[in-house]
Design a protein around this ligand. Structure first.
Ligand code: MRU
Length: 356
């Protein structure tokens, strides 16, 4: 997708270095950063220079390529895989990508290991792009149905950033939106600000602007009244981990939007590639929910009058704050899962029909 009319992916490999767009600086500064050693990849995931479930997975895959460049002994590779795996707990794509890489690399001869790792990391990225494109084409059919009835602008509400910045290209929740826009369907997106890190305001709105898609940032609590007043036609969100029974774990606040959508009979879709499905955990209570530093709540970053990024404290110094990063939307509130293979019910039966 585009930034200032130039096509980018979120991650790529060049001259033995992994290149990323530093998302902690967007939308104010556009910085391409080099990851040179595996620790850089771990740090980029932890500090959220890269974030979003599929992109975290791709960064971990490339992190293992960097580990091999540093030291191609199996013991170092195994330790790097473990460190990458524990860099963020909730998005299942991280484990999925590290397992996929290690299945290819464990016990492999040192003369073949670099090329094999690089090819697999590249395949993970290419596959994600294809899957996200297909999610877009499948989601487009839903938007087209709405448009054929309404014949007017379709208002879509989204939470957090499940856009191209969270994947390699296209995004998950945004892919149907980009496809509809390309087909000439008028779209307007309500973008939840997504406190505390403001991925909606800083990233989703930014990338929609760059693609020329109308959007309005709203405070996280505004979705309810907009739904009550008929201003939302449908919701589409992403997910960090979806269980085989259709329960959806996504950025904190997703659940409250799903409840409001249910109460107002507004369709609530979740877009995901199959790499985000956790086929093993049966009960959502077993999903590790990340608790991040409370400073993300008590402090805010923005541009000062000189155009420099500045961090300020907004809470009373003595106040305690708690920062859970994800929540669970039970399957019963999800209208459908938009996957690379088609749209299905958020249920074991629905997912089984698509994924044998
Ligand atoms: O904490 P983040 O910014 O990594 O959270 C991202 C989300 O919650 C996204 O909705 C999810 O990863 C899906 S990305 C296609």
């Amino acid at each position: 997708m585009r930034i200032e009319a130039e096509e980018y992916r979120t991650i790529w490999f060049e001259n033995n270095v992994v290149k990323i767009i530093d998302q902690t600086k967007l939308p104010h500064q556009f910085i391409i950063k080099d990851l040179k050693i595996v620790k850089d990849a771990i740090n980029a995931i932890k500090t959220m220079e890269v974030r979003g479930a599929p992109l975290i997975g791709a960064t971990a895959a490339y992190g293992l390529v960097l580990a091999i460049i540093e030291n191609n002994e199996q013991s170092f590779l195994k330790k790097s895989a473990d460190d990458l795996m524990s860099s963020r707990p909730t998005a299942i794509n991280l484990k999925w990508a590290v397992d996929r890489m290690m299945n290819k690399l464990s016990g492999l001869n040192s003369d073949k290991i670099f090329e094999t790792a690089l090819n697999e990391a590249k395949d993970i990225c290419e596959e994600d792009i294809k899957f996200c494109e297909n999610i877009g084409l499948n989601g487009l059919k839903i938007i087209e149905e709405f448009y054929n009835k309404k014949k007017d602008t379709i208002n879509i509400l989204t939470h957090c950033n499940a856009g191209w910045l969270a994947t390699i290209n296209w995004g998950t929740a945004t892919s149907p939106i980009y496809h509809a826009h390309k087909k000439g369907i008028p779209i307007h997106v309500w973008v939840d600000e997504t406190r505390p890190r403001n991925q909606g305001a800083n990233l989703t709105s930014f990338e929609l602007n760059e693609e020329g898609i109308k959007n309005t940032i709203i405070a996280d609590n505004t979705g309810g009244i907009l739904m009550q007043s008929g201003e939302v036609d449908m919701c589409i969100v992403g997910t960090d981990r979806t269980l085989a029974n259709g329960d959806v774990c996504n950025k904190v606040g997703t659940y409250l939007k799903a409840l409001a959508a249910h109460d107002n009979k507004i369709p609530f879709y979740v877009a995901l590639p199959s790499s985000t499905i956790d086929w093993n955990i049966k009960d959502h209570k077993d999903i590790p929910i990340e608790e991040r530093n409370s400073e993300e709540l008590s402090h805010m970053e923005g541009l000062d009058e000189k155009g420099n990024i500045k961090k300020i404290q907004i809470y009373p110094k003595k106040s305690k704050a708690m920062n859970l990063a994800f929540d669970i939307t039970p399957a019963k509130y999800v209208t459908g899962l938009i996957t690379e293979k088609g749209v299905c019910d958020a249920s074991t039966e629905g997912l089984k029909k698509l994924f044998k």
